[in-house]
Design a protein around this ligand. Sequence first.
Ligand code: 13P
Length: 252
Amino acid sequence: MRPLIVIGNWKMNGSLASNQDWVKTVARGMESGMPAGRKFVVCPPFPYLSQCAGMIKEHSLAFLSLGAQDVSAQSSGAYTGEVAASMLKEMGCSYVIVGHSECRLLHHEVDEVVAAKALEVLDNGMTPVICVGETADERNSGRAQEIVCGQVAKQVSVLQDRLADCLIAYEPVWAIGTGKVASAQVVQDMHRAIRLQLAEFDEDVASHVGILYGGSVKPDNAVELFAMPDIDGGLVGGASLNPQDFLAICQA
Ligand code: 13P
């Protein structure tokens, strides 16, 4: 049975003061217990990882893990501005998002780099959250599944059976930050296609890999999305900034 996972991706948002309020509110909300068999993760910007790790410890938030939004494909060395997976591990991260569409677009990140980053994350004992997704043009031209399954196939070719220790996040680019959520059935169909793509490599791996959906997930659409058999949780951007909305999605 795959656990339901909700990951909050704060992107480039937050401040020392607002982070403190966020963790306090989430701690209060989680105090009375959370539904069993679920995992919750928060991914703040790099400079706040230490602060958030400290607060998670201080509030004994056993339900909440820490994640990072990106990582270097290199282990160490002369890579100005980059952050190594070993550093994220030291900061208390258990999850790292790789290949987010914003990184693919803004940093020209290609599938090979995404796979190299995922390997770094795995080698340092953390879980990579590998993002895939099609653009509006690709969907409108009827190529959404071909594009997404192609991205997944590239990861399979590098990561092979180590994919069993990864999460995949399907994030259609046209649904990110736009309020245009893909319908639960459209997402379910894509998640099934991704699982079938994984099964071509190994059926056991395919049945174990958690596939999350991201793109305008909100408290009012999370229930329907999470009820689908191949949707194993959400990667939540905007709504995760509001601790009450994040809690509501975690409880969905
Ligand atoms: P939104 O939830 O703001 O659409 O962002 C989704 C996302 O990109 C999460 O990684």
